[in-house]
Write a protein that binds this ligand. Structure first.
Ligand code: IPE
Ligand code: IPE
Ligand code: MG
Length: 240
């Protein structure tokens, strides 16, 4: 139907949704207009992930470093988060989407935290997709928090291993993403899931986030399906 091998759909896809500001500037509008139009792309990405049978979709929505933006833009982003949660919660629930977050929620405005908690507590029991919003998130924050938690737990240095670290990350219990997509033509990960992306495949799309549609998502998965994942070993593919 879409040319994809349905037996090799990644379980977990992480997306750095980038390019809202440039999309708006290209149209002679202010950056916030780009963020507003990015919401439809989020909706479509969630819908497409559900359709394809992806189990985990993680979206980088606001980084620790994004606080350095002009106050009006930050306020508009927080306001948009709030309004989107209110307007989309029911739809997420009806479509079997469980909402969760990673990031330091204590840094967000209280009304956003309240809305998030409400949407999260209304998540369906029988979910088919886990949607994780990375909010006030950065990998360095996450890894620092994990180190603090480990040290506070009284664990001995001999007991510290990759597993105990992973269990103290915000993503504990989730599989690592097999695929990371970044839009807008930037080739960097901007403090996103440094640990979890250790063996992920990266797909960089030149499309700006508000223009990112199902066809682009499918193209990213097709690209992923053409990769030869070796994990430090040797190719499992024939004739290599
Ligand atoms: C991504 O788009 C949205 C957030 C980071 C919240 P940008 O706002 O970074 O847009 P560009 O990259 O400046 O075009
Ligand atoms: C990464 O995008 C953060 C999010 C998409 C939320 P940025 O636009 O903040 O990243 P840089 O500044 O280009 O690295
Ligand atoms: Mg950007």
């Amino acid at each position: 139907m879409n040319g994809l091998d349905l037996d090799r759909i990644p379980q977990h896809v992480a997306i750095i949704m980038d390019g809202n500001g440039r999309w708006a500037n290209n149209k002679g509008q202010d950056r916030v207009f780009g963020h507003l139009n990015g919401v439809e792309s989020v909706r479509e990405a969630v819908r497409t992930a559900g359709k394809l049978g992806i189990k985990y979709l993680t979206l980088y929505a606001f980084s620790t470093e994004n606080w350095s933006r002009p106050m009006e833009e930050v306020n508009a982003l927080m306001d948009l988060l709030l309004r989107t949660l209110v307007s989309e919660s029911k739809d997420l629930f009806d479509n079997g989407v469980k909402l969760q977050t990673i990031g330091d929620l204590s840094g967000l405005p209280q009304n956003c935290v309240d809305s998030l908690n409400e949407a999260i507590s209304n998540s369906p029991d029988n979910h088919k997709l886990v949607l994780t919003l990375a909010l006030n998130y950065s990998s360095k924050w996450e890894i620092t928090s994990a180190v603090k938690a480990l040290m506070g737990s009284g664990i001995s240095s001999e007991e510290v291993d990759a597993d105990s670290i992973a269990k103290n990350l915000a993503t504990a219990g989730m599989p690592d993403p097999e695929l990371m997509i970044r839009t807008s033509g930037e080739h960097r990960i901007s403090n996103f899931m440094l640990w979890q992306l250790a063996y992920a495949e990266f797909h960089f799309s030149s499309v700006l986030w508000p223009d990112f549609r199902e066809e682009h998502f499918i193209a990213a998965i097709a690209d992923y399906q053409n990769r030869d994942r070796r994990f430090g070993g040797v190719s499992q593919q024939k004739n290599q």
